[in-house]
Design a protein around this ligand. Structure first.
Ligand code: ADP
Ligand code: 5GP
Length: 206
């Protein structure tokens, strides 16, 4: 099935461990040619399974700062002590070509994207309970005890932005959640405001 949405940024934010990376990657895989995963740049060190240019563009702090000075990011933020940013040119070109780009970014970045693309789709992902969030974060086995504590503490701040998002999706099972997000995208693609050009062309051909 197709999602039928075109040229739209889809922002997915969530506290660390809620599952946004898993779901964004899965949706990009499920809808090739329609949804493309936006690879961010970061100064964080790669995790064991992460690959440069696939999960992130892993940059030194010096190069990251150079990219910010050169205006290469549409947004960037400091999250959990590291820098993260969305490369501007790749995103713009992708949207112009009619692809949708799914952005797994924090709430600060989400708000910046909303300023540039108010027509974007903004989804906040949560787990059903705080305990599930903690256990998923621990279960990922990528963070030290201190880093887990920092990420949980940050969750409280991130939740302050939840009202700025259009949708709240509870990450129950991965499949159910991916289907829910796909349903949102399909419905968004049917919005009258997103189909003005189509209607215009249809009328012209009548
Ligand atoms: P985030 O990007 O939000 O920090 P991840 O995508 O890394 O979160 O997910 C955190 C951990 O939870 C990972 O180990 C992932 O495999 C697991 N996970 C994600 N979604 C689910 C789910 N629906 N059910 C069980 N485990 C999940
Ligand atoms: P992680 O280190 O777990 O991969 O990501 C930490 C946080 O940084 C997550 O909330 C993630 O969504 C966010 N993040 C990843 N890429 C970007 C980005 O390009 N911009 C912003 N603002 N946040 C990002």
């Amino acid at each position: 099935m197709k999602v039928g949405l075109k040229g739209t940024p889809i922002v997915v934010s969530a506290p660390s461990g809620a599952g946004k990376t898993t779901l964004c990657k899965l949706l990009a895989k499920k809808y090739p040619g329609e949804i493309i995963y936006s690879v961010s740049a970061t100064t964080r060190k790669p995790r064991r399974t992460e690959k440069d240019s696939v999960n992130y563009f892993f940059l030194s702090e010096q190069i990251f700062k150079q990219w910010t000075r050169e205006g290469k990011f549409i947004e960037w933020a400091k999250v959990h002590n590291h820098f993260y940013g969305t490369p501007k040119k790749i995103l713009e070109e992708r949207l112009q070509k009619g692809y949708n780009s799914i952005l797994d970014i924090d709430v600060q970045g989400g708000m910046r994207i909303k300023k540039f693309y108010p027509e974007g789709i903004f989804i906040f992902l949560l787990t059903k309970t705080v305990d599930i969030l903690k256990s998923r974060l621990k279960g990922r086995r990528t963070e030290t005890k201190e880093s887990i504590e920092k990420r949980i503490k940050n969750a409280r701040k991130e939740l302050q932005y939840i009202k700025e998002y259009d949708y709240i999706v509870i990450n129950d099972t991965i499949k159910k959640t991916a289907d829910t997000i796909a349903a949102i995208l399909i419905a968004e693609g049917c919005l009258m405001k997103r189909n003005k050009q189509f209607i215009k062309t249809f009328k012209r051909n009548l």
